[in-house]
Design a binder for this molecule. Structure first.
Ligand SMILES: [Zn+2]
Length: 193
């Protein structure tokens, strides 16, 4: 078993059930990356591995979309030895708050825990470009798509393609189940259907 899958199993971050993903799609499996990234030693090792797989010049800055990308961006920033920022939604659009800035021409890598449709990452790539910096790549722990959804270099530690369905085509919904948003329940309650 790969180191990343082993880490996910050990920290109960691979859930089975009926889930509504942030993309709106439904799935019978969910990866709760936060449960792995909650362990700094593990995060550090996984991010070091990601960085060794990066075959391009190091970025000047790593940035992650809140919330999923914050911890990974921070740990990748440590591994690359560069600044780590995060982007937040304001009135629906990702933006830099808290006085965060990107230098014009800075090479910026976008970090996200799991890439499914890549929607949030694409928004942050556009934000980086609009601020005059250069989006140079994307990294994630898990890639849930067959092909990279990005036009910049993309490195993921592990590709896991679980079944996903549009809500109207979801067999678990058809059986009468209700999809849960993982992580939306109070702490300590496992997200299982
Ligand atoms: Zn469903």
């Amino acid at each position: 078993m790969s180191a990343v899958l082993d880490a996910f199993r050990r920290h109960e971050a691979l859930l089975e059930g009926h889930f509504q993903l942030s993309s709106g799609l439904h799935s019978s499996r969910y990866l709760q990356c936060a449960k792995v990234l909650a362990h700094p030693k593990v995060s550090e090792e996984l991010c070091r591995e990601l960085v060794t797989r990066w075959k391009h010049p190091a970025p000047d800055v790593v940035i992650g979309p809140a919330m999923g990308g914050i911890t990974l961006a921070y740990e990748l920033g440590r591994a690359f030895g560069v600044t780590a920022l995060f982007a937040e939604r304001e009135n629906g659009a990702f933006t830099l708050r808290r006085g965060f800035q990107l230098a014009v021409g800075a090479r910026v890598l976008v970090a996200e825990d799991v890439v499914t449709t890549g929607g949030s990452v694409k928004e942050v790539l556009r934000l980086v470009e609009n601020l005059g910096a250069i989006p140079c790549g994307v990294m994630s722990l898990i890639q849930r798509t067959e092909n990279s959804p990005f036009s910049v270099p993309y490195v993921a530690l592990e590709q896991i393609i679980p079944p996903v369905w549009k809500p109207e085509e979801c067999p678990l919904c058809r059986e009468g189940g209700v999809a849960v948003k993982p992580g939306s329940r109070p702490g300590g309650v496992a997200a299982r259907s």
